[in-house]
Write a protein that binds this ligand. Structure first.
Ligand SMILES: [Zn+2]
Length: 238
C-alpha cells in the first residue's frame, strides 16, 4: 500500500489519510476527472465508504472534496453531511423512492463551493440548516416544495433554470450576491422569516403568487422578465 498521503482534505481541514491512486496525488474519492476503470472502482468503493461512515459515525457523513463521477441517489434521511468543495459530474437526487417523499436532513448539510455539473434534484426535501454558499449549479436544479428552516445560497451561481416553486423558507434564507443566469422560479414560494436577495442578479425572475413575510431585494438586478403577479412583494425597484 502506498505511503503517500492524498492531497484531499476532510471537513476539519486536515489531510485525507487514504492511500493515493497509483500515479496520482489523490485517493480514489478526491481524484478529479476519473475515467473508465476508476469510475467502476469508485462506484463499488463509494457504497462501502458510505456504509462504513453510516456505521461508524452516522451523525456526520464527510464527503468533503469528493469528486463524484457517477449519478447519485440518496434515499435515506440523513443527519449532518459534508459535501463542501465536492464536484458532481453526474446528476444528484435526494428522494426516498420507497416512501415517495423527499429526504429529511436533521442536522446541517454543507455544500459550500460544491459544483454540480449535471442536474440536481432536492424536490420535497426538508432541511434544518443547509449551506450552499458559493455553490455552482451548471444545469437545472430543483428545490420545488422543499422546506428550509435556515438556508444560505449567498454567492451561489445558477447557470441554468433554478426551481424554488412552492418552496417554504421558514426562518432565514440568504440569496445575497447569488446569480441566476437563466430562470429563477420562485412561484408560490413562501416564508415566515427573513429572505435576503441583496445584490443578487437575475436574468428572468418569477415570483408569481409568492408570499414572503420579510424580503429584501436591495441592490438586486433584474435583466430580463420579472413577474410578481399576485405576490406580496412591493419593494422591488427597477
Ligand atoms: Zn483523499
Amino acid at each position: 500500500m502506498s505511503k503517500i498521503k492524498c492531497r484531499g482534505r476532510n471537513s476539519e481541514g486536515t489531510r485525507c489519510s487514504r492511500p493515493v491512486v497509483e500515479g496520482h496525488d489523490f485517493c480514489l474519492f478526491h481524484l478529479p476527472d476519473k475515467q473508465e476503470a476508476l469510475v467502476d472502482k469508485f462506484r463499488l468503493a463509494f457504497d462501502d465508504e458510505k456504509a462504513s461512515q453510516l456505521k461508524n459515525h452516522p451523525d456526520i457523513l464527510d464527503f468533503t472534496g469528493f469528486h463524484f463521477p457517477i449519478p447519485l441517489l440518496f434515499m435515506e434521511d440523513l443527519d449532518s453531511i459534508y459535501f463542501k468543495d465536492a464536484v458532481f459530474y453526474e446528476s444528484v437526487t435526494f428522494w426516498n423512492m420507497n416512501e415517495q417523499r423527499g429526504v429529511f436532513f436533521k442536522g446541517t448539510i454543507n455544500f459550500k463551493d460544491a459544483i454540480f455539473m449535471d442536474m440536481a434534484d432536492f424536490g420535497c426535501a426538508r432541511f434544518q440548516e443547509a449551506i450552499f454558499s458559493g455553490a455552482a449549479f451548471r444545469e437545472f436544479v430543483d428545490f420545488s416544495e422543499t422546506i428550509f428552516r435556515k438556508v444560505y445560497f449567498d454567492y451561489a451561481i445558477f447557470e441554468s433554470n433554478a426551481r424554488f416553486v412552492k418552496t417554504n423558507f421558514i426562518e432565514y434564507a440568504d440569496f445575497c450576491e447569488a446569480k441566476f443566469l437563466a430562470d429563477g422560479d420562485f412561484c408560490e414560494a413562501s416564508s415566515e422569516g427573513k429572505v435576503f436577495f441583496n445584490h443578487s442578479r437575475f436574468q428572468n425572475a418569477w415570483f408569481t403568487r409568492s408570499k414572503f413575510k420579510q424580503v429584501d431585494f436591495s441592490d438586486a438586478v433584474f435583466l430580463g422578465d420579472l413577474d410578481v403577479y399576485e405576490s406580496n412583494i412591493n419593494n422591488i425597484k427597477l
